[in-house]
Design a protein around this ligand. Structure first.
Ligand code: S3P
Length: 437
């Protein structure tokens, strides 16, 4: 069966979605963004070739690829997500590293730069330059790096003079895989071992992949330790991104007759907790951990309570889970999610504003929100605030549950992580997607 032709909608600043029908069908989502950033950075640090397949083609990872070229690493892009890197890093970057919108890109690369003798300057777009960098700058300074930036080093552009690091033991104040990863990557070139002790466990891609690249890493509960040492190039096959599959899971749940299958997702720790949350809400959802296949069928949902314990495992899925809560029976309370205010947008306030635009009753709290369920969604005009996850949540709600035309301003943010999302949306829901007026 051939899919209907869909114009290239990745670059439009505003997208208009008309429809209100179920999402049905199966698909593969882009390569996992978190794993892709790490594969590129470790491939650049490693001695010898690394071949990556299934790499995310979003702008965020493209910025990381361009950044490692600045270190003298050769990058051969064969297209379709197949990239060959020839490490190791040869010198300090020969220009400013622009990470665009990518928080993971800039923070993990900062860890790499801290370990290189020389100076690196890291920056990003208007949204990234507002996000806190002290969470990585402080511990990297205590390892011996000199880091400066705007507002006393809290904000990018960051200037890092690296080299001569000493390993530390550090307990981050926020549960953050980005902080853990920056320190572990810096720790590879430090004197002595580097240990990160987490209060809440976060995604484990860095420690898993460091082992694949031959590093000496030990994990003891929520303590991860890396010994200094060199990496050796290897081949990395990037699985599908569970955080992107979450949009299709909720899409399937938003309208009667919805049924979606997403294949070849990353099945490991810390990325598919949204499946458990949707199950707690009564969803007919099944995730096969051996094949990475997710199957979701329309179900009557009920409210759920999400607390600080839940958040690290669903940190990127809160906007779309809040949309599921809007159509569920009862009142959903989300708390312990204060760090969402420091994501691509202030995600507590941008999620609340999006829900309100669809006619949902929602109250913002300092560290979360209260969502009144059983809402009948009305078509909305939504501002993404430059945040891809707000834009994609609004698009599935507009296509599956709001009868009429929904307009999403700031649609171009979606290209950071999921080029061709609009094409998948049209294919699965039959909605009409066109540049917005
Ligand atoms: C990521 C970690 C999370 C997540 C981000 C990707 C990663 O951020 O929100 O999208 O790849 O390490 P924090 O670790 O800062 O919570």
């Amino acid at each position: 069966m051939t899919s209907p032709a869909v114009p290239d909608l990745d670059a439009v600043s505003s997208l208009q979605v008309t429809g209100a029908g179920p999402a049905r069908g199966s698909l593969q989502v882009p390569g996992d963004k978190s794993i892709s950033h790490r594969a590129v950075l470790m491939g650049a640090m490693a001695h010898g070739p690394t071949v990556i397949t299934g790499l995310s083609r979003g702008q965020d990872v493209t910025h990381t690829l361009r950044a490692v070229e600045r270190f003298g690493v050769s990058v051969t892009d064969a297209g379709e997500g197949r990239v060959r890197l020839e490490g190791p890093i040869r010198h300090e970057p020969d220009d400013v590293l622009d990470h665009g919108n990518a928080g993971t890109g800039i923070r993990l690369t900062a860890g790499v730069c801290a370990g290189i003798s020389g100076v690196s300057v890291l920056t990003g777009d208007q949204y990234l330059r507002r996000r806190p960098m002290d969470r990585i700058a402080e511990p990297l300074r205590s390892m011996g790096a000199t880091i400066d930036g705007r507002e006393n080093g809290r904000l990018a552009p960051l200037v890092i003079r690296g080299g001569s690091l000493t390993g530390i033991t550090y307990a981050p104040k926020v549960a953050s895989a980005q902080v853990k990863s920056a320190l572990l990557l810096a720790g590879l070139s430090a004197k002595g071992r580097t240990t990160v002790e987490e209060v809440h466990p976060t995604r484990a891609h860095t420690e898993e992949m460091l082992i694949q690249f031959g590093a000496r890493v030990s994990v003891d509960g929520q303590r991860v330790t890396v010994e200094p040492g060199e990496l050796t190039g290897t081949d990395i096959a990037v699985p599908g991104d569970p955080s992107q599959a979450a949009f299709w899971a909720v899409a399937a749940l938003l309208a009667d007759q919805g049924e979606v299958t997403v294949e070849t997702l990353y099945p490991g720790f810390g990325r598919s907790d949204f499946v458990g949350v949707l199950k707690r809400m009564g969803a007919d959802i099944d995730f096969d951990l051996t094949t990475g296949t997710l199957v979701v069928r329309a179900s009557q949902l009920h409210a759920v309570e999400l607390t600080a314990e839940d958040i690290p495992g669903i940190v990127d899925e809160v906007p779309v889970l809040a949309m599921a809560a809007a159509v569920a029976e009862g009142t959903t309370v989300i708390s312990g999610a204060g760090d969402l205010r420091a994501k691509e947008s202030d995600r507590i306030s941008s999620t609340a504003a999006m829900l309100r635009a669809f006619g949902v009753r929602v109250t913002e709290t300092e560290d979360g929100m209260v969502v009144e369920g059983a809402a009948r969604l009305r078509p909305a005009r939504v501002d993404s605030h430059g945040d891809h996850r707000i834009a994609m949540t609004a698009a599935v709600a507009g296509a599956c549950a709001a009868d009429g035309t929904t307009v999403i301003d700031g649609w171009d943010s979606v290209a950071t992580s999921y080029p061709a999302f609009a094409a998948d949306l049209v294919r699965l829901t039959g909605a009409v997607a066109e540049p917005g007026a």
